[in-house]
Design a protein. Structure first.
Ligand code: ADP
Ligand code: MG
Ligand code: ZN
Length: 506
């Protein structure tokens, strides 16, 4: 008999906070890819002896936003702790983190997976500082010019040993405020892990505390994965998965790890508690190192920082200033505007898009119609030009004006698409473009009747054939009228007037 297994997964998510300055010093937080290495560093964040850290109030505020948005209980008494370990990216040889008394505890987040709502517990949300960044060189790397801008010149001007390999360290990231969000082991599949991580990223972006850019490493997701016989209440031995730089890798890596563990257990083996890496090319996990136990870090209260007391009034002020979150927006759009779950999901993915839509509706746009224009037209223009909604020239009120021109039949729907593309590239109003391009439809019944009558007079044979029963000629007549008006006749009106004219014996 084969055992059925259930997966048990808990996620640790590290998010850098987009403050102006670092967690414990005045150095600026800079883009890890664009800034030159080691240009945003001071004695505090490079671990010089005797330097004293000072807590960044803004970082605490950002952390509080997240803790509250994730329904955590906020601890008013916070202490920072030293997590001791040696590694070249950690110049102090300890990381200031939170251990026993973290900022937020016992939160939760509801996640939709395959049409079902799953509530995932949030064990803790705590503040810490990021480490520096190492770049490991392979022999010959410098000669082959594989390094990015900046590294190369420095590498050459420095000692020769780099040219035979070695590692470079950039302390720009050292001391950047970092938030760790630890879930309960409530997740049951790779897809659920992905849905939870996507929802966390979306909330971080709504709160303006993190850009969510996984490729740049400002958001790092590490699942802890174990399996157990279905129905069992005890946990199996877990592995922790690292180097996942996309949601796809998170889902696939987790699924791979679940199957790997089940395979070992079915073969009578045992799971080794360890940290495993995800090999992006081979799409499989591999052993990186066996796991340290917490006591290896010799955590103790940070003696250079006083306990941090967080005033309840401050917490309440932040709570009231939180933006409406994506799930609540989506639910509201479905209830009030009749959007489908799909539509509501798409337009709430980004806070800026949701706000753009709300502005358009406030300007008198019909929600469904505006959403259709967004999803079917504006998003493709944005994709084509690689622009976010904040950057585009089409304003919410501008789109509403365009929709009005379609509604009152001034222009056809297909002409409106041309107008939108023009509005997108030039930023002109719909009216201006319609006038300049002569796109207005002829909806004047008298003018159209004249053209129709002339068409019938010019084509007596076809009229006779039609009246003798060849009704398929109707389309041909419509085509003649369209040609005469250079495509500008209001098609519905042409149809109606043609029917009359053709049935009237002349
Ligand atoms: P650490 O990794 O620092 O030891 P924790 O023990 O608190 O921290 O766990 C980290 C994450 O691992 C949490 O998200 C938790 O839910 C998850 N976790 C703990 N035990 C297991 C397990 N047996 N299987 C899967 N996930 C687990
Ligand atoms: Mg861990
Ligand atoms: Zn500094």
């Amino acid at each position: 008999m084969t055992t059925t297994y259930e997966a048990v997964i808990g996620l640790e998510i590290h998010a850098e906070l987009m403050t102006n300055t670092k967690m414990f010093c005045g150095c600026r937080v800079v883009d890890s890819v664009e800034a030159d290495p080691n240009t945003a560093v001071c004695p505090v964040c490079s671990g010089m002896p005797g330097m004293l850290p000072v807590i960044n109030r803004r970082a605490v505020e950002f952390a509080l936003r997240v803790a509250l948005a994730l329904n955590c209980e906020v601890q008013s008494h916070n202490i920072f702790a030293r997590k001791n370990y040696f590694y070249p990216d950690l110049p102090k040889a300890y990381q200031i983190s939170q251990y026993e008394l973290p900022l937020g505890l016992n939160g939760w987040l509801d996640v939709e997976v395959a049409g079902e709502t799953r509530r995932i517990g949030i064990r803790r949300v705590h503040m810490e500082e990021d480490t520096g960044k190492l770049t490991h060189l392979e022999r010959g790397h410098l000669e082959r010019g594989h390094l990015e801008r900046g590294h190369l010149e420095r590498g050459h001007s420095q000692s020769g040993h780099l040219e035979t390999g070695g590692s470079l360290v950039d302390y720009n990231r050292s001391g950047v405020p970092l938030l760790e969000i630890v879930s309960e082991p409530d997740i049951r599949s790779g897809e659920e892990a992905r849905a939870y991580a996507v929802a966390i990223r979306q909330i971080l972006r709504y709160l303006n505390v993190n850009s969510g850019d996984m490729e740049k490493g400002v958001l790092r997701v590490e699942p802890n994965i174990s399996v157990r016989p279905a129905g069992s209440q005890t946990f199996g031995t877990r592995t922790e998965l690292k180097n996942l730089n996309s949601f796809r890798s998170l889902a696939e890596g987790t699924a791979y790890e679940i199957e790997r563990q089940i395979g070992i257990l079915n073969a009578g083996g045992q799971i080794v508690q360890e940290t495993r890496g995800w090999h992006e090319g081979r799409r499989e996990t591999f052993s990186q190192r066996t796991k340290e136990e917490a006591e290896d870090y010799r955590y103790f209260p940070e003696p250079d920082l006083p306990p941090l007391h967080i005033a309840p009034e401050w917490v309440e002020a932040i709570r009231t200033s939180l933006p409406e979150l994506p799930q609540s927006k989506a639910a509201r759009y479905m209830a009030d505007w009749g959007l489908s779950a799909y539509e509501a999901g798409v337009v709430t993915e980004e806070r800026a898009v949701a706000e753009w839509l709300e502005t358009a509706v406030a300007a008198g746009g019909d929600p469904k119609t505006v959403v259709n224009w967004l999803i079917n037209n504006l998003f493709s223009l944005m994709n084509e030009h690689k622009q976010s909604i904040e950057a585009i020239k089409v304003t919410p009120a501008g789109l509403v004006d365009l929709i009005k021109l379609v509604d009152d039949a001034t222009i056809s729907h297909s002409a409106a698409k041309t107008v939108l593309a023009e509005m997108y590239s030039r930023g002109a109003t719909a009216e201006t473009i319609v006038a300049a391009k002569g796109l207005a439809q002829i909806s004047d019944a008298d003018a159209l009747s004249q053209i129709i009558n002339q068409t019938l007079v010019d084509n007596p044979d076809q009229v006779q054939a039609y009246r003798d029963g060849k009704t398929t000629l109707k389309g041909w007549f419509v085509g003649q009228v369209m040609k005469a008006t250079r495509g500008k006749a209001n098609p519905a009106l042409v149809n109606q007037l043609l029917n009359q004219a053709l049935s009237d014996p002349q």
